[in-house]
Design a protein around this ligand. Structure first.
Ligand code: CDP
Ligand code: CDP
Length: 224
């Protein structure tokens, strides 16, 4: 039985942490769609791809193998899970994500990977574009300052020293690009349930969503 949970929201709202916990607990596949855009961005940077040249982009996509193994992302047979979390990719990815051709290919892959499975996907356009008929749509949010503080801690763990003001500025810039772009902007789907994670513990949010998923699964079994 296919069952799709869409988790969207801005950077640092807690999507991937919560989606991972839920997928472990439920035995669902987890698909981090942001990691896919990040991996493509890494390739664009490494190969100095001109984003205004459609032939170059098409050719790059044709010659790219993206693989998701467990929770790792493999780009052209190399595990790039750590490399894609750095600041260079973080500050470039939203530009790459505006390109229609790239989005179309990512969406095609996301649907193909999810087909017939129980999947939790997190991203920006899952509930609006990739799976507008998802069984459950969640939109996570938190204040920009809270999200910047969280990202600062993540960077610290990676040994990256940086000021909170810089992280906040980068987060706001990415929010702006993601919400204002023409193709599949970040927006809450009308039927998504919004959860503000600002002052809440991960465990509580995870349990709240778990309750919603279990209810939807029972409804689906009973109602069909
Ligand atoms: O983890 P974080 O929230 O910082 O970002 P991410 O989920 O790894 O996504 C990185 C970037 O990819 C986002 O800022 C978007 O520009 C883009 N993205 C997108 O456009 N659509 C998605 N479904 C997922 C990510
Ligand atoms: O995937 P997204 O960018 O939406 O956020 P994340 O990478 O899951 O979360 C960013 C950081 O915030 C992680 O280190 C989480 O552990 C932390 N977090 C938190 O402390 N409290 C929450 N309620 C949600 C996330």
């Amino acid at each position: 039985m296919e069952f799709i949970v869409a988790i969207d929201g801005p950077a640092g709202s807690g999507k991937s942490t919560i989606a991972k916990l839920l997928s472990d607990e439920l035995g669902f596949v987890y698909l981090d769609t942001g990691a896919m855009y990040r991996a493509i961005s890494l390739k664009v940077i490494q190969n100095k791809i001109d984003l205004s040249n459609l032939d170059e982009i098409e050719n790059m996509l044709k010659n790219t193998i993206l693989d998701i193994k467990d929770k790792n992302i493999i780009l052209d047979k190399k595990d790039v899970s750590d490399e894609i979390r750095g600041r260079e990719v973080s500050n470039f990815v939203s530009k790459v994500a505006t390109v229609k051709l790239i989005r179309e290919e990512m969406v095609r892959m996301q649907r193909e990977i999810s087909k017939g499975k129980r999947v939790i996907l997190d991203g920006r356009d899952i509930g609006t574009v990739v799976f507008p008929n998802a069984n459950l749509k969640i939109f996570l949010n938190a204040t920009a300052l809270e999200r910047a503080k969280r990202r600062l801690l993540d960077y610290k763990k990676q040994g990256i020293g940086i000021e909170i003001e810089t992280v906040l500025e980068e987060i706001k810039k990415r929010d702006k690009m993601d919400t204002e772009r023409e193709n599949s902007p970040l927006v809450k789907a009308l039927d998504a349930i919004e959860i503000d994670t600002t002052d809440r513990k991960i465990e509580h949010i995870k349990n709240e969503i778990l309750g919603l998923i279990n209810k939807m699964i029972i409804d689906k079994i009973v109602v069909g």
